[in-house]
Design a protein around this ligand. Structure first.
Ligand code: ZN
Ligand code: ZN
Length: 459
């Protein structure tokens, strides 16, 4: 088997991985980098040269895994594309939204970006998405998309529920008498809506594992239930101070988890407060509601939009939306990327001490959310690099509701599978390094590999 890491750096960026086995060529995921523009936002597709892909397998519909799929499909028109049905449904909504974002960016970036942006169009998404094949969980398929027995001699793949967001999967590949498992983004613990991953328990030969939380230990007394209680108390305190509360969230996953937590808080405390979310979050919540009883999840009777009746903001209405006390604004993006709803809203409240901003999940340390959550009170920072610095006066607090596995559970999983080789991906350098050091000790018989971007290796 041959493997190329198509990300441009060791990081959580535009995830994409090339594999060649038994004469087949395939790519796992085709993400978009949240921080860069143009070609730099794409995976390094040049590293696969003129090779023609047979298949593209998408693990889930977060931007960093599906965001450049239309570009890859344009360059590889013969490749078959596989994902779960919810991933296809959400991916479609997300990519269309991405065209709108890129069209706005084109105006801001000026003539330099005009030829490049948007990287794809609405019509192109409609055309290529017709070629996506939805696959069920726990079924083996060959690379033509036919269902075949797991013990067939062909190269096959099988999706496993990753417990990360709706539709998310890990991928088991069987080929040449060997097995490879790609965790993609995984959570081994229950969230408020998503149920814990159900991953293979038998030995695999090669494990490609995410490392998102490799640089953060779980706080000693942490439990999700205790964390929900702490959040409830913090919301009461925030409102008592006469301010509103911003929670930056990803439109997919974190929005729905937070809405479900707020639903529980309301139910338990008869506390009632208006909630605002973004248009994209609302569309994705609709898909969660429509599919509530169709797969594994908790609170399967909960219809988020019906129960919580959130008000919906968009890029036009965000500028004059109120910052009234006693309201929760759960807005994307989670990293407060410039020009997104959460970034614009943060600029309006960050310099006022009565307001609060709560962080509830992963943020790239260099993103505005990553910088702001570590900012000290009265420090000056630019929420948007194109704007003047502001003094941080709002109340800032962090909570641990990650949709990603703890590093301890990732290590335990690797130990159960006892792979001959472990490839560490999807982590910032410190996170990957912690995992490497730890697995080198805990799996003395395995080769632990941090795959260099763009370099072809034999597995
Ligand atoms: Zn993800
Ligand atoms: Zn990811």
């Amino acid at each position: 088997m041959r493997f190329i890491n198509l990300t441009r750096r060791t990081e959580i960026g535009a995830n994409s991985y090339y594999l060649e086995t038994a004469g087949h060529r395939l790519v796992l995921d085709s993400g978009m980098h949240p921080k860069f523009e143009g070609e730099e936002a794409l995976p390094n597709m040049n590293a696969i040269g003129g090779r023609k892909l047979d298949a593209i397998i998408i693990s889930h519909s977060h931007q960093d895994h599906i965001g450049t799929l239309p570009v890859l499909m344009r360059r590889q028109p013969q490749a078959r594309v596989f994902m779960t049905e919810p991933t296809a449904e959400i991916g479609n909504v997300l990519l269309h939204n991405s065209v709108n974002v890129m069209t706005r960016q084109r105006e801001e970036l000026g003539p330099a970006a005009a030829g490049l942006y948007p990287l794809f169009t609405h019509r192109e998404i409609d055309r290529v998405s017709e070629r996506w094949q939805s696959c069920a969980l726990r079924q083996s398929y060959n690379l033509f998309g036919e269902r075949v027995p797991a013990d067939s001699n062909e190269t096959t793949f099988e999706f496993f529920d990753a417990g990360h967001v709706l539709g998310s999967t890990g991928v088991l590949l069987r080929s040449e008498g060997r097995t490879l498992f790609y965790t993609a983004d995984v959570n081994f613990d229950d969230q408020t809506i998503a149920q814990a991953a159900v991953f293979p328990e038998e030995n695999v030969d090669i494990l490609i594992t995410e490392c998102t939380r490799g640089d953060t230990p779980v706080p000693p007394a942490w439990s999700r239930m205790a964390e929900e209680k702490r959040l409830m108390q913090a919301i009461e305190n925030a409102f008592a101070g006469g301010g509103c509360l911003l929670i930056p969230v990803f439109a997919l996953g974190k929005t729905q988890e937070i809405l479900a937590i707020l639903y529980k808080l309301r139910r338990e405390k008869t506390l009632d407060f208006p909630i605002y979310i973004g248009g994209l979050s609302s569309k994705i919540s609709e898909i969660y509601d429509r599919r509530a009883q169709m797969g594994r999840r908790q609170l399967s009777r909960l219809q988020l939009l019906n129960e919580l009746r959130p008000f919906v903001l968009n890029s036009a209405t965000i500028h004059d939306a109120g910052t009234r006390p006693g309201r929760i604004y759960a807005l994307s993006s989670g990293m407060m990327t410039p020009k997104t709803l959460s970034n614009i809203f943060a600029q309006r409240i960050v310099d006022q001490s009565r307001h609060s901003i709560f962080f509830v999940g992963y943020a790239d340390p260099e993103s505005p959310a990553g910088i702001l959550r570590n900012a000290r009170s009265n420090e000056a920072m630019k929420i948007d690099p194109d704007r003047a610095p502001q003094t941080v006066r709002s109340h800032i607090e962090q909570f641990q509701f990650s949709a990603h596995a703890s590093r301890e559970s990732l290590v335990a999983f690797a130990q159960r599978l006892a792979p001959k080789k472990v490839l560490l991906v999807h982590g910032d350098p410190l996170a990957v390094e912690w995992m490497r050091a730890r697995l080198t000790i805990d799996l003395p018989n395995s080769e632990i590999i941090v795959p260099k971007p763009g370099l072809e290796i034999e597995l």
